[in-house]
Design a protein around this ligand. Structure first.
Ligand code: GDP
Ligand code: IMO
Ligand code: MG
Length: 424
């Protein structure tokens, strides 16, 4: 079974935890888009791992983990992650692969990301990791790929071409001194040497695996509403975070995908700028941020928090072809008297039942809520559906009805054990 895991909101839904759990049942795990703007948390016992590039299935011995062609790679971040795993005693040799077609984040991408953001009147709130500029170079056909780091002649030519144009822009537009060829060349050729044993044709590897009836898990990063097309543009990331991205970013055909599983928080969060119709008031937002420990896994920034938005998640179910949903962080709602679910928006006196595509409308809509009764804090974690408080079950049923999709897992804590499987 080949399964795609997708975030249904604005990222940080808990994809890392779900990928880790489902990795037990598959042979291959592949990250297919985004870069180290992602932060995927996996908690095992008293250890917490935050993966930015490495697939979240890497903790499972013998599973093959790939970084697909659709990912943009900051080699220093990857090197640190590999070293961190080695220090933790996790052996990745022979089972970790990097696509030779994946694009490389260069120092000028990182700096440009930060300089452009500083100049912008309406800031996006990017992670400043160079993601957007790296994808822009890919589309502009001047990007540098992992394979280039293994070929000094090609790399030198491409880097020279890039610096010729970019240094002029840096100096004239941004009053930045620009970049030195030799320093970057040396640093990046060194990365090529370091990663040589991992760089390979992952497209071929994954297709052969699919032919051999091996199971592949496709690990999405970010979330549906950060998608470059379907997200809250321009407050989005620069890749296709929706399920179609899994095929483009791995080289595996859509006909080989069996199922798409959506991951949603029991409420909503967002890091960075942009419209957020169900955002909590300041005080309640602070309270919930603390309760849910809502601080970015990559930048540490406080996440904005709000009620569950059924319009958004319903649209995510449609765009991605989600047939099963996982509801995360149900425990964070414990102890609330009432819980709201956004069922529609009101705009210029009209009720909207679809997520508006006009930016002004989205920025000004007022959410229409349905209220559900809350449930008390519990001293014991529920371990099965029946142990969930009856009102928590009412809430889940209501989500299921509104979204017209099966809820097959509920998460009530960050560790593996805090997961309730509904169909067993
Ligand atoms: P991802 O980017 O989608 O992988 O999500 P992140 O790792 O950025 O953020 C999810 C956070 O919630 C992490 O700190 C997880 O350890 C934590 N988490 C995951 N599931 C649960 C849950 O059910 N309850 C609680 N309280 N925390 C959870
Ligand atoms: P995971 O995979 C939450 C947000 C940034 C910013 C916007 C653009 O952990 O869910 P970028 O640096 O990508 O150009 O920033 O996207 N963003 C995320 N928000 N989770 C993420 O990843 C994110 N990756 C990017 O905060 O608003
Ligand atoms: Mg995250």
């Amino acid at each position: 079974m080949n399964i795609v895991i997708i975030g249904t909101q604005w990222g940080d839904e808990g994809k890392g935890k779900i990928v880790d759990i489902l990795s037990q049942k598959v042979d291959y795990i592949v990250r297919y888009q985004g870069g180290n703007n992602a932060g995927h948390t996996v908690v095992v016992g008293d250890k917490e791992y935050i993966f930015h590039l490495m697939p979240s299935g890497i903790l499972h011995k013998h599973k093959v983990c790939c970084i697909g062609n659709g990912v943009v790679i900051d080699p220093l971040v990857l090197q640190n992650e590999i070293e961190g795993l080695k220090r933790a005693g996790i052996n990745i040799s022979g089972r970790f692969k990097i696509s030779s077609l994946a694009h490389v984040i260069m120092p000028y991408h990182r700096i440009l990301d930060q300089l452009r953001e500083a100049k912008r009147e309406h800031k996006i709130g990017t992670t400043g990791r160079g993601i957007g500029p790296c994808y822009a170079d890919k589309i502009n056909r001047c990007g540098i790929r992992m394979a280039d780091l293994l070929n000094p002649k090609v790399f030198a030519e491409k880097l020279k071409d890039n610096l010729k144009e970019k240094n002029e822009i840096f100096k004239k537009v941004y009053r930045h001194p620009g970049f030195d060829f030799k320093a970057i060349y040396r640093e990046y050729i060194n990365y090529g040497n370091l990663f040589a044993s991992y760089i390979s044709n992952t497209m071929l590897l994954l297709n052969e695996a699919a032919c051999d009836k091996k199971d592949i898990l496709f690990e999405g990063a970010q979330g549906t509403f950060l998608d470059i097309d379907f997200g809250t543009y321009p407050f989005v990331t620069s890749s296709s975070t929706t399920s179609g991205g899994a095929c483009i970013g791995s080289g595996v055909s859509p006909v080989k995908i069996d199922k798409v599983i959506g991951v949603a928080k029991a409420y909503t969060t967002r890091v960075g700028e942009g419209p957020f119709p169900t955002e909590f008031s300041l005080e309640f937002g602070k309270f919930m941020r603390k309760k849910g420990n809502e601080f970015g896994s990559t930048t540490g920034r406080p996440r904005r928090c709000g009620w569950f938005d059924a319009l958004m998640v319903r649209e995510a179910v449609m765009i991605n072809g989600i047939s099963e949903l996982v509801i995360m962080k149900m425990d964070v709602l414990n102890g609330l008297r009432k819980i709201k679910i956004c069922t529609a928006y009101r705009y210029k006196g009209k009720l909207l039942h679809e997520f508006p595509q006009d930016f002004e409308a989205l920025s000004k809509v007022k959410p229409v809520y349905e209220e559900a009764p809350g449930w008390p804090e519990t001293s014991n974690k529920p371990r099965c559906y029946k142990e969930l408080h009856p009102n928590a079950r009412v809430y889940l049923n209501r989500l299921r009805e509104m979204l017209k999709v099966k809820v097959n897992m509920v998460s009530v804590g960050s560790s593996r054990e805090d997961t309730i499987f509904l169909d067993c």
